[in-house]
Design a protein around this ligand. Structure first.
Ligand code: LLP
Length: 380
């Protein structure tokens, strides 16, 4: 991914920064668009990375937006996504966020609780308008991923549970400012076991039939995102297997011909095109452990500290020679500020450039100012 010209360019830049390979992003978008059956609608989950430069490419491919805050809806609108292509989920939408999205006439509010139905109805009534809603269902399907990014189990805070369905329908019949258009599901993120998506389809079939029998035909079925990427070998598989992913839904979903299918993918579109680039500040050689101390820390990329996530780490300015083991750490005053333990790299010195790979999703967007750190820059 990093040729000599690029490394020379990096040498002249202040670190740390996020580097985005826009050619790889474009290839990924093209592969996604090619693999998605024509009747499937794709939305991009802005939460993975909301950088306007990336959003511009994604929107230009005809992909819609999936937002989880009023500011994400605003970013999507500002970046040219059409209101009719924007969906808005989130377990705790504030009145201000709802009012903003109502003013934009977005395609759908994905409603996550009975209580939210009441509030959304009232806010729509105040504006003398009607909100399109999809019910976010908690299908109780295990995504077999890290527990912090599992969202579709009953123990998770997301969505409406099946035991509430009767109550939902009786409420909906009274809430005149809501327009029921569909069902929404999302079971988790970084899902590598595709059987989880098969289980989701089977559950969706049951739930869909239940609603149809009650004369509430969901026009739209949104199946969420969640497709995982290869953090271990980013260069051998830099674009996920989209045909295999969509093939599962083609095979197992049983819908009426008029029902439309939506997805909201985040990570698998942007993860591989981004790397966090930093410089080695210090080397500390111990008896058991050598530390390579970087100028990037958990403030720039929190995933290893928060989810014990693996990211491939490479010394890109010195790629040759005998390898040694380093614990690659940041400057933040916490022991959790560690990007990788016992990472094999050629002898690493102060000033060497280190790339932390597969950081395009949930990297820059989750960066923060702990220890009063500067904002992280982005380079394309
Ligand atoms: N739709 C909904 C309703 C979601 O909650 C999410 C992610 C997505 C779509 C996009 O899922 P994706 O295709 O990216 O898996 N910060 C964590 C990931 C949190 C994901 C939460 N929901 C991480 O760094 O792994």
């Amino acid at each position: 991914m990093f040729n000599e010209n690029l490394i020379n360019r990096f040498q002249s830049l202040e670190t740390p920064f996020y580097y985005y390979d826009l050619a790889l992003l474009q290839n990924t978008i093209d592969a996604l668009v090619k693999a998605a059956p024509a009747e499937y609608h794709i939305h991009y989950a802005l939460k993975a990375n909301a950088h306007p430069t990336l959003l511009e490419r994604i929107r230009a491919a005809g992909i819609g937006a999936d937002c989880v805050s009023g500011n994400e809806v605003k970013r999507a609108v500002e970046c040219g996504f059409k209101a009719e292509d924007i969906v808005f989920a989130g377990v705790g939408k504030s009145d201000k966020e709802i009012n903003y999205a109502l003013d934009q006439s977005i395609f759908s509010f994905n409603v996550e609780s009975l209580h939210e139905l009441q509030v959304l109805d009232q806010l729509s009534k105040n504006k003398n308008t009607k909100a399109n809603i999809a019910l976010r269902i908690n299908p109780n399907v295990d995504a077999h991923t890290h527990k912090y990014i599992t969202t579709g189990l009953e123990e998770n805070k997301f969505g409406i549970n099946p035991y509430e369905f009767d109550r939902v329908l009786s409420d909906l019949s009274n809430l005149k400012n809501l327009n029921f258009i569909g069902l929404h599901f999302h079971i988790g993120s970084q899902i590598l076991d595709l059987n989880a998506f098969k289980s989701l389809c089977l559950r969706v079939n049951e739930i869909n039939k239940w609603f149809i029998q009650k004369n509430y035909v969901p026009k739209h079925i949104n199946l969420g995102g969640g497709l995982g990427v290869n953090y271990r070998e980013p260069d051998t598989q830099n674009i996920v297997n989209f045909p295999e992913y969509f093939g599962i839904f083609k095979q197992f979903l049983e819908l009426l011909p008029e029902q439309k299918v939506h997805f909201e993918l985040g990570r698998c579109i942007v993860a591989q095109c981004g790397s966090l680039i930093s410089r080695v500040l210090y080397i500390k050689n111990g008896i058991n452990t050598n530390f390579a101390i970087l100028d990037a820390g958990m403030t720039e990329l929190i995933r290893p500290a928060l989810y014990q996530a693996y990211h491939k780490i490479e010394n890109i300015s010195n790629t040759k020679g005998k390898e040694f083991k380093y614990d690659v750490v940041g400057p933040i005053c916490e022991s959790s500020d560690c990007f990788g333990k016992a990472v094999l790299m050629p002898e690493t010195k102060r000033g060497d450039l280190i790339a932390i790979r597969t950081a395009g999703a949930y990297g820059e967007v989750m960066s923060n100012h702990y220890n009063l750190r500067d904002s992280v820059a982005s380079v394309f």
